[in-house]
Design a protein around this ligand. Structure first.
Ligand SMILES: Nc1ncnc2c1ncn2[C@@H]1O[C@H](COP(=O)(O)OP(=O)(O)O)[C@@H](O)[C@H]1O
Ligand SMILES: [Mg+2]
Length: 265
């Protein structure tokens, strides 16, 4: 019900706004005046070669890297120079690349999700129904709540990481190379879950990948980063159909026919 109401508003308000963002590590200028926006309910893909600055942008948005210039606004609130409270930090959830180190091996899946749902009252018992619903959302059985991360495959762990991010009910999800460590068949499984979730929930997402075939699979719009500069930003079909920047064309040419994900894209 609420989903339907939220869906109706999709695309109308801006959740993330990055304005002229500069980041430097010493003399190394890693991001140069990067500007982009992600509207409510939309997924923006961010592509670019390794070292182009994608993860640095993600880290700046979550507050792990301090910008040298520019602004980062979340729901219209400037976060650039403010100290991030716990509440603000919960508004942006990052799904990290490595499914093997991102979940606490000492906690059961249920405990991890209970903590994400409510850090003050992280009780598996109290949140049993919600935990089961979250696991079902990522195509896992509610019973797995009693198990530990080590008992799962990489693809399953990534889906658990997605469930944990959803549990927080963030305004924005940042997925940084979430399928890069997985085999192609398992990639499709994780991407399938993300696509479903985008349809069912009103997710707003920054989806980062060096792999254009993967980005094509889940994004509404695509931004192309080259050596820290945004060289192109376009709707997905426009970018894949009629890339304007030579660098985007170069990246597209290196995709072997869209790969095995193409038919579903
Ligand atoms: N903490 C850091 N200190 C110094 N240089 C860094 C740091 N983090 C990233 N870099 C450099 O910034 C550039 C962009 O890195 P990164 O954002 O990780 O790229 P991507 O995610 O696109 O592969 C690289 O040249 C990398 O070596
Ligand atoms: Mg990276």
């Amino acid at each position: 019900m609420t989903d339907a109401i939220q869906k109706a508003g999709a695309g109308t308000t801006t959740v993330l706004e990055v304005q002229d963002l500069d980041v430097a590590f010493g003399k190394h200028h890693v991001l140069k005046e990067v500007s982009l926006t992600v509207p409510q309910g939309r997924t923006l893909g961010l592509v670019g070669e390794s070292g182009s600055g994608k993860s640095t942008l993600a880290k700046a948005i979550v507050g792990l890297v301090k910008p040298a210039g520019g602004r980062i606004l979340l729901d219209g609130v400037d976060l650039t120079h403010t100290k991030r409270t716990v509440a603000v930090r919960r508004r942006v959830q990052m799904i990290p690349q490595d499914p093997y180190s991102s979940l606490n091996p000492r906690m059961t899946i249920g405990e991890t999700l209970a903590e994400a749902l409510d850090p003050r009252r992280a009780s598996v018992k109290a949140h049993r129904t919600e935990i089961e619903a979250l696991l079902n959302r990522v195509a896992l059985d509610g019973e797995v709540a009693a198990r530990h991360p080590q008992e799962f495959s990489g693809g399953q762990r990534q889906r658990i990481a997605v469930a944990r991010a959803l549990a927080v009910r963030p305004a924005l999800i940042i997925a940084d190379e979430v399928t890069s460590a997985l085999d192609t068949s398992v990639q499709a499984e994780v991407l399938g879950v993300l696509r479903e979730l985008r349809r069912e929930l009103d997710l707003t997402m920054l989806f980062i990948s060096h792999d254009l075939a993967v980005v094509r699979h889940v994004c509404d719009e695509v931004a192309v980063l080259k050596d820290g500069e945004l060289v192109e930003l376009a709707a997905r079909d426009a970018l894949f159909g009629e890339p304007r920047h030579p660098y985007t064309r170069l990246l597209l040419d290196s995709v072997p026919d869209g790969g095995p994900l193409r038919t579903a894209g």
